[in-house]
Design a protein around this ligand. Structure first.
Ligand code: GLC
Ligand code: GLC
Length: 813
């Protein structure tokens, strides 16, 4: 069964029934204020940091699922319903939800009353604004009552869901305009200088702010006492659970539309201007905000601005090819998801609670690969934030909190792939922008200004840390884990519940990662070139020399005969070898080593990718390892804690599928590359019921062939899969590659794509690229003509000139 379809013209996904196989969500907000909103109007909002600055409450893992959100309850005669269906779940006569870029529109109808709820976080504001339009489509007048509803959180989301002995005493509210404007000011009396406001731009007929009064202690969200009795109580929360609900009653004449604007805002005051009278908050910032959203015309204007903002962002890279699904992926959804992952890292989704994880060092660095062409300045600022958390020895905190921008030790350090991802990120940024001056930027180590050093020094320490922490085979030590968080070779954990991520109790100093070796080789040339460009020739020579040593080590000790080994454990035993009973082959080293060019000339790479196809590929993508571990292995850690076919133990961990795509193009296999790509790319997914998660974005994991339900996905939205797929298709398949010295054209297309036109903005110029593929599904010789003149080579040199348009004809084969 299908639950929706794409509307490419409007850049929307249209959901046609509310009872989707899982809540299908969207993200509102781009910079400071964020909301998650599901297709049934569930979700929550926060300011900057999902853990520390949560405006509204959300209960994860709830029954029924996804109750708690920003709701509108309607009373029309005996009928009581919600435009988003939840939480009353009253059957609707019509329902449609359109998730667009930064906004969501839910339209539904019941008994001749049509409701349309359009929510957005307007660009540049710290508020979620919803316009609700109610239209009487019948020939008789209707008496309609509307109740809005949001539930506030006590800011710190973890504390909010655990520390009731304190929190039940805190709630304090203020009101204006008879309750049309409701202020939640808990904790403002002491150290906070911020409050939230929920307001409607109309006269109200009552309000409620105490949850128990509004809902009733033993009722559910589906039967709030106030709505059931159609009578607001004007309750004021003193402690317990603060909410905001407005009641608006109107008579709608036939054909009449009532339009209301609801604003949920975050407001901040300078510490010396917090109050205007004892206990009375300074409402100036709220007034200024609400003035901007007082009329429909203002709402329309801001929605228009949001759309224009997205049109402009997406115009940096567009394609038209023979494959509509590819166009849809690349022009809209993949880039949109890249923005969301850049903003959220792995912090807040319907699977990431916003409490557990902050911004990942490696995650953020990789997310940048899909984002840097959108807003390079923000990518630059992010690189500086990440680098500032790096330890002086070059290693890294695994995560940092977005609000404080400080490393978070709860989640540990010592993941030995982390440092090199910073180098990858900087390389990607400089390739896109040419901004080599970044290397001179002075940045803290461990957020300590006394330890600050130029960015080039951060890269140097990252590279050296990796190159100089090697084991008996000359391969990099794995530390707590590498990219695969769950391959914990130095954690021999037999204590239930002990964290695999932070316990290192058996570090013999010998567990090595072939994957990190591949990373080092993969980034060494670019790093050396960066060094050369900034006059660090000795360091460039060091990087090149280390690369050769590492290639040698991988070919000697990281090769299993038919594929690349995964690692050596703390006893020096092989992981990911044909000699192993389980976990014979892993995808990560196949992808990473071939991407890095290891074994391309001597046939190892080809063998490794053949083995990947043979052992790891199935209908829904390439699984992480095979055979999955059937039992818990003390020497392997968390990976073997998952049942076979789930997560890191043999699921399709989508993140590393694009590595295989890129690797295939390294060998010139366009058809094989694309065949891997389409197995996980959302636009190609057919069975929505089996897949379950949103059909417009990548999920982190899809159950593997050895699971109970192969093909079922989990952990949608926040995954490095988005950035890597954008990178893989734009750079490896379509072959439009920003390089340090210019824009390289090097396509490796599948046979079904004969013709592609690409518009690419690069360092202030426009490139109108037209590719003719005459090579079928394998790569052929590439010819590039720029403005009618044949180019020697494939790279259009970067120039200082901007504002130019180049016509580029590329012929393959
Ligand atoms: C999660 C983590 C990421 C890690 C991956 C594999 O997606 O966010 O950092 O690389 O799992 O374990
Ligand atoms: C768990 C997850 C893994 C994630 C890690 C860090 O191990 O399975 O995907 O990266 O936690 O939070």
């Amino acid at each position: 069964m299908n639950y929706g379809h794409f509307d490419d013209e409007r850049r929307e996904y249209v959901i046609t029934r509310p009872d989707t196989p899982y809540p299908w969500i969207n993200y509102l907000g781009g910079e400071a204020f964020f909301s998650l909103i599901s297709n049934t109007s569930g979700g929550y909002s926060f300011y900057r940091d999902a853990r520390l600055m949560r405006l509204t409450r959300y209960r994860y893992n709830n029954v029924p699922t996804d109750v708690g959100g920003k709701y509108f309850y309607l009373r029309d005669g005996d009928a009581m319903w919600n435009p988003g269906w939840q939480p009353t779940r009253t059957p609707l006569d019509a329902y449609e939800c359109r998730h667009g870029l930064g906004y969501t529109v839910i339209t539904s109808e019941k008994n001749g009353l049509r409701a349309q709820q359009c929510s957005m976080v307007p660009h540049g504001y710290t508020a979620e604004v919803t316009r609700l339009r109610l239209t009487n489509t019948t020939a008789q007048a209707k008496d309609v009552s509307l109740y809005s509803f949001v539930e506030f959180s006590m800011w710190n989301a973890l504390d909010d869901s655990t520390n009731f002995q304190r929190n039940y005493a805190l709630a304090e509210m203020e009101f204006e305009n008879e309750g049309a404007v409701i202020y939640h000011k808990s904790e403002y009396r002491e150290r906070r200088n911020h409050y939230s406001v929920y307001a409607v731009n109309a006269r109200v007929n009552g309000y409620d702010t105490d949850r128990e009064s509004f809902i009733g202690l033993y009722n559910g969200f589906d039967k709030p006492d106030v709505v059931v009795n159609n009578q607001p109580k004007n309750s004021v929360a003193h402690g317990w659970a603060p909410i905001a609900s407005h009641c608006v009653r109107r008579t709608l004449q036939p054909g009449e539309t009532l339009s209301l604007i609801f604003t949920l805002g975050y407001c901040e005051n300078p510490n010396d201007r917090k109050f205007i009278a004892p206990g009375v908050i300074n409402k100036e910032p709220a007034h200024a905000l609400l003035k901007e959203f007082a009329t429909d015309a203002q709402f329309e204007e801001k929605l228009g601005e949001l759309n224009a903002y997205w049109s402009s962002l997406l115009s940096h890279f567009t394609i038209q090819s023979d494959d509509d699904k590819l166009n849809r992926q690349m022009n809209i959804w993949n880039q949109y998801q890249c923005m969301v992952t850049f903003n959220m890292s792995r912090s807040a989704s319907y699977f990431e609670s916003g409490i557990g994880r902050g911004m990942g060092f490696r995650d953020c660095s990789q997310d940048l690969l899909g984002f840097v062409h959108l807003i390079p300045e923000r990518a630059r600022a992010r690189i500086l934030d990440i680098a500032a958390t790096q330890f002086p020895d070059g290693s890294a905190y695994h995560q940092y909190q977005p609000l404080t921008k400080r490393g978070n030790l709860d989640v540990g350090s010592g993941f030995n792939d982390d440092p090199l991802w910073l180098v990858f990120a900087v390389v990607a940024y400089v390739k896109e922008t040419g901004d080599i001056a970044l290397l001179d930027e002075v940045v803290d180590f461990d957020n300590n200004p006394e330890l600050a050093a130029p960015m080039r020094e951060h890269l140097r320490r990252a590279f050296h840390y990796t190159a100089e922490h090697c084991g008996p085979h000359g391969l990099p030590l794995i530390g707590r884990a590498d990219w695969n968080d769950c391959l914990n070779l130095n954690c021999y954990s037999s204590v239930p519940g002990e964290s695999f991520q932070t316990v290192t109790n058996n570090d013999t100093g010998i567990a090595e990662s072939v994957f990190i070796a591949g990373m080092l080789v993969g980034v060494a040339d670019d790093y050396a070139r960066l060094c050369d460009l900034s006059g660090e020739t000795a360091e460039a020579a060091y990087a090149s020399e280390r690369k050769l040593l590492m290639v040698d080590a991988v070919e000697k000790y990281g090769w299993d005969g038919n594929w690349f080994l995964r690692a050596y454990d703390a006893n020096g035993e092989k992981v990911g070898s044909d000699e192993c009973k389980e976990g014979k082959i892993f995808v990560e080293p196949q992808g990473m080593c071939v991407m890095a060019g290891i074994g391309v000339a001597n046939g190892m790479a080809q063998k490794a990718l053949d083995a990947t196809r043979e052992h790891l590929m199935f209908d829904y993508g390439v699984v992480l390892n095979w055979p999955a571990y059937q039992e818990y292995h003390l020497n392997l850690g968390e990976i073997s804690s998952y049942p076979p076919g789930y997560k890191e133990n043999g699921s399709v961990f989508c993140h590393n599928n694009p590595w295989v795509v890129i690797a295939e193009t390294e060998l010139g296999h366009g058809d094989r590359a694309f065949d891997v790509y389409r197995r996980t790319a959302p636009a190609y997914i057919e069975d929505q019921q089996l897949h379950r998660t949103e059909p417009y974005v990548y999920s982190q994991t899809v159950n593997g062939k050895e699971s109970y339900k192969p093909g079922e996905a989990k952990n949608s939205w926040l995954t490095g899969t988005a950035a890597w797929n954008f990178y893989a298709i734009s750079q490896a398949v379509l072959g439009v590659k920003p390089e340090l010295d210019g824009l390289k054209l090097d396509p490796c297309l599948p046979g079904h794509i004969h013709h592609v036109t690409i518009h690419r903005e690069f360092r202030g110029n426009r490139y109108e690229i037209e590719i003719q593929n005459r090579a079928g599904g394998e790569k052929g010789p590439v010819q590039v003509i720029v403005d009618g003149v044949a180019l020697a080579g494939q790279t259009i040199p970067a120039t200082a000139e901007t504002g130019k348009t180049y016509r580029v004809e590329v012929t393959v084969g």
